[in-house]
Design a protein around this ligand. Structure first.
Ligand code: HEM
Length: 191
C-alpha cells in the first residue's frame, strides 16, 4: 500500500500514545525506517506487520486497531490534502457510499499504482433515514474492520447516526464482505 496509509497509522499511534510507543511498534514490526514516503508503494506486508505489532504492544485486538484506523482515516485523508475528493464524493452518507469507486478512481490520478477496493450499494430504503447493504470487494484479506471504521467516520462527517454490522463475510466463505448499514433515526436506538 502507498506510504500515505502507513503514515496515517504512524500519526494515529503517535497522537494517541506518543513517539516512544510508535518506535516500539515499528521495531517489533521489523520496520527499519519508520518514516514513510506518501507517494511510494510499500508491500502490504509492512502495513499488516505494523497492525500486528500495534496489537501486541497496545494489548488490543487487531480488529479494534483496524477499525480505529478506518475512523481516523476519514479525518486524516481530508487533512492530508484530499478534502476536495471527499467533498466531491457526496453531501450525505448514501450518495457518498455510492460514489466510493469514483472517488478512488480520482485518487488513482495522484496514486497511479493504486489497488483500491470496490464498493457497491444495494437495497437502499431511504436517503436520510433507513438502511442499505454495502458490498465490499478487495484483493486484500482481513480489512473489513477498516471499512466499518470508515463508515462510522463518515457518519460523523455527515452528522448522521450510523450502525453497521458484517452480515456475510469472506471469513465465512462468501465471495465478498457484505454489511448492513442503518443510518439516521433507524440507527439511533441501535448504537
Ligand atoms: C479522499 C480520501 C481517500 C483517499 C486519498 C484514499 C486512498 C486510498 C489508498 C492510497 C489506499 C491503499 C491502496 C493502495 O495503496 O494500493 C486505500 C485503500 C482503501 N480505501 Fe481509500 N481513500 C480515501 C477514502 C476512502 C473512504 C472514505 C473509504 C470508505 C469506505 C475508503 C475505503 C478504503 C478501504 C477499505 C481500503 C483498503 C484496501 C483494500 O480493501 O484493498 N477509502 N484508499
Amino acid at each position: 500500500m502507498y506510504g500515505l496509509i502507513n503514515k496515517a497509522v504512524h500519526d494515529l499511534v503517535v497522537t494517541k500514545f506518543g513517539e516512544a510507543t510508535w518506535n516500539e511498534i515499528a521495531r517489533k514490526a521489523g520496520v527499519n525506517d519508520p518514516h514513510f514516503i506518501s507517494m511510494e508503494k510499500y508491500p502490504d506486508e509492512v502495513t499488516y506487520r505494523l497492525v500486528g505489532a500495534a496489537s501486541e504492544v497496545l494489548k488490543t485486538p487487531a480488529e479494534q486497531i483496524l477499525e480505529a484506523f478506518g475512523e481516523y482515516w476519514t479525518v486524516y485523508s481530508a487533512e492530508a490534502g484530499f478534502g476536495h475528493l471527499l467533498e466531491f464524493a457526496g453531501s450525505n452518507l448514501v450518495d457518498f457510499l455510492k460514489n466510493l469507486d469514483n472517488m478512488h478512481t480520482r485518487v488513482a490520478l495522484t496514486f497511479p499504482k493504486l489497488e483500491p477496493p470496490s464498493f457497491r450499494v444495494t437495497d437502499v430504503t431511504d436517503l436520510t433515514d433507513g438502511s442499505l447493504r454495502l458490498h465490499y470487494y478487495s484483493k486484500r484479506p482481513g480489512l473489513a474492520p477498516v471499512a466499518i471504521g470508515m463508515v462510522k467516520g463518515l457518519g460523523k462527517r455527515f452528522n448522521t447516526p450510523v450502525s453497521i454490522r458484517l452480515d456475510r463475510s469472506r471469513a465465512n466463505g462468501h465471495d465478498h464482505d457484505e454489511f448492513v448499514v442503518l443510518y439516521g433515526d433507524a440507527a439511533r436506538d441501535r448504537r
